[in-house]
Design a protein around this ligand. Structure first.
Ligand SMILES: Nc1ncnc2c1ncn2[C@@H]1O[C@H](COP(=O)(O)OP(=O)(O)OP(=O)(O)O)[C@@H](O)[C@H]1O
Length: 598
């Protein structure tokens, strides 16, 4: 995406007035919605009337006085009395408690089960997701009313227990909603970026995933509450609730029994149920408008083009900072296993810049992700050797990997904007990993972040520190990410096409910055690129990849002076001619044309 295109979708500092409206606090947006305010007031009145029933009426909801049977409204009974002389107002007020408590129990149970299950399944996917999704489908397939009736038969006529069972029945709906939200946000590059910076899963879920899940869950809760109130009334209406208690459903039952003699008895419980349910439904709509009117990250991971593998590894070096030997990355696909990195070997020494070059789809990013331990769950990697500073990275636990990533091995991605969470200020995103890894106080982390912002060439560090990602340009965002990447003084930096998404004018500045920081801190640097100009500018050594394999490894000068492999020559020629390297390739084995990858 070009810089200008990105500005169109993300906004610039000048576009803040437009975004300010959207960024207003959800509560203030809700309170600006008249329907929402009316609903909130009505709900508050219903809840207060039920909670303070003893203060509003001295009558008992269950005591019957046969002399008062069918007493008209007024006098001793403000809303009249029912067929056995019980006070209708008292039954209405106390009955609200049963309905509201029942709805509350059902929603809480559904949330307690659905939210954690959806978070875990959506975040970790794999077998856990498969099992939980299967159970959810099973529960959803069972007819809800039958399950409720069977549970009443088993537990007995206890309204609250029945509503807890209803919560179990509603939980798969919550699970699916949360799982879908997590799955979509999990693919966001800023979540990858948080993982790369070494933040633990709990922190990532709290910071980046939960805020996204929150809004749909709140909306769904309001809807579920309405459904639960109706079902609870239905159960009481059928006479299956707790015996002897006043409830709106029991009042409806009583009214139906006397439908022909006293039809007006339907009015009070009918209105109470309709108003409560309609209010919850309208409130859910208003919540949706208020909560979902926030700018979400639109950018998704770029679709990866397809490519077929070929071969030629290179040697590993013993005093190297990073040593990779015979790295393979495979994906299980419907058509069988697909190898996207095949026998890659490379080394990086301290203070050395290694360019990983090749056309799109040649496996550069997959190699980088495998080194970082960041392949998606469906991807598998294995290597003859994968060591960092003499330490074997194979089989490292999640915690140990996290401790290494972002701290000793850092990553700069190719799409700066998508790697910043739009919901948080730049300062928060910079200080978070520093506080986690370096155990800095909030104040120390802030000072370090401001110094870093200044170091990476940002003219107004304070402003950028307090800005949201949409308020800065793409070039600035990349500088911010570079500042974040070097914030914990890593020994190895992996930069995946760090200038691709930037304006041509900014590209050179960002490369200069990377080179300066690399020299200043004597970092090893793996620069993933398909641009030989970039390689010539800053790389000491070059690894050329094609279709998942290394075809040539050489010092940069040597590679330019005498490229050995035909593919390297073709890439170099296309760079010199300023033409895209897209001539049909021949596989070494068959000589047949390879698939076009872009
Ligand atoms: N999740 C996945 N499942 C299956 N194949 C994948 C997956 N992700 C990537 N690939 C494949 O891996 C191969 C290498 O992709 P990779 O992203 O490493 O290429 P690249 O050289 O970095 O390209 P680019 O310069 O476009 O980023 C591609 O053929 C791609 O289709």
């Amino acid at each position: 995406m070009t810089q200008s295109a990105r500005r169109d979708t993300r906004g610039t500092p000048d576009s803040t007035p437009g975004t300010a409206r959207r960024r207003g606090h959800p509560l203030s947006r809700l309170l600006h919605n008249r329907v929402a305010v009316v609903c909130l007031v009505l709900l508050a009145l219903i809840v207060a009337a039920s909670a303070f029933a003893p203060l509003l009426t001295s009558a008992s909801p269950t005591r019957s006085t046969l002399d008062d049977a069918f007493a008209p409204p007024g006098g001793g009974h403000l809303l009249g009395a029912d067929s056995v002389g019980r006070d209708v107002l008292a039954r209405l007020l106390y009955g609200g408690r049963v309905s509201l408590l029942g709805g509350f129990i059902a929603v809480v149970v559904a949330l307690l089960i659905g939210v954690p299950a959806g978070l875990l399944a959506g975040y970790y996917r794999g077998r856990l997701d498969a099992v939980v999704s299967w159970v959810a489908s099973l529960v959803m397939a069972a007819p809800a009313i039958m399950v409720l009736l069977v549970s009443i038969a088993a537990i007995g006529p206890d309204t609250n227990a029945t509503m807890a069972v209803l919560g179990l029945i509603l939980a798969p709906g919550v699970f699916r909603l949360v799982r879908a939200s997590v799955t979509s946000v999990r693919e966001e590059l800023y979540v990858d970026a948080a993982r790369v910076s070494g933040l633990g899963d709990a922190r990532i879920v709290r910071r980046h995933i939960l805020p996204v899940v929150q809004a749909p869950t709140i909306i769904q809760s309001a809807q579920m509450f309405g459904v639960a109130v109706v079902i609870q009334a239905g159960i009481e209406f059928l006479g299956l609730g707790s015996a002897g208690q006043a409830s709106w459903g029991a009042m409806l039952n009583e009214a139906f029994a006397n439908l022909y003699t006293k039809p007006t008895m339907l009015v009070a419980p009918g209105l109470a149920i309709v108003i409560t349910v309609a209010t919850l439904g309208l409130l859910a709509n208003a919540l949706r408008d208020a909560l979902l009117d926030t700018p979400g990250p639109a950018a998704r991971r770029r679709p990866r083009p397809a490519a077929a593998p070929a071969s030629t590894p290179g040697p590993a070096d013993d005093d190297s900072l990073l040593a990779v030997e015979d790295l393979r990355v495979t994906y299980a696909t419907r058509d069988g296993e697909r190898t996207v990195v095949d026998g890659v070997s490379l080394t990086v020494r301290r203070g050395e810049v290694v360019g990983l070059v090749g056309e799109s789809g040649s496996g550069k990013s997959q190699t980088a992700f495998a080194i970082l331990g960041l392949l998606p769950p469906e991807g598998r990697s294995e290597a003859g050797r994968l060591s960092f500073d003499g330490r074997d990275l194979r089989g490292l636990g999640r915690k140990e990997r996290n401790a290494l990533r972002g701290c000793r091995i850092a990553y700069v991605p190719q799409e700066p904007m998508s790697n910043l969470d739009p919901a948080f200020r730049i300062g928060t995103q910079l200080t978070d990993p520093m506080r986690a890894h370096l155990k800095l106080t909030a104040r120390e982390a802030r000072e370090k972040a401001l110094a870093l912002l200044e170091r990476v060439g940002i003219a107004e560090p304070e402003r950028v520190y307090h800005a949201y990602p949409h308020q800065i340009s793409g070039g600035m965002a990349q500088r911010v990410l570079i500042a974040g990447a070097v914030s914990c003084d890593p020994e190895l930096l992996i930069a995946d096409e760090p200038t691709t998404a930037l304006d041509v004018t900014v590209q050179a500045e960002v490369l200069d910055l990377l080179r300066e920081l690399q020299q200043e801190r004597e970092m090893g640097l793996i620069l993933v690129t398909h641009n030989f100009g970039v390689v010539a500018d800053i790389c000491d050594r070059v690894v050329v990849m094609r279709t998942g394999q290394v075809v040539e490894t050489a010092p940069a000068e040597k590679l330019f002076a005498e490229p050995r492999h035909e593919y390297t020559r073709m890439l170099l020629d296309s760079t010199l001619e300023d033409a895209p390297p897209r001539a049909p390739l021949r596989t070494p084995a068959t000589g047949g044309p390879l698939q076009e990858t872009v």
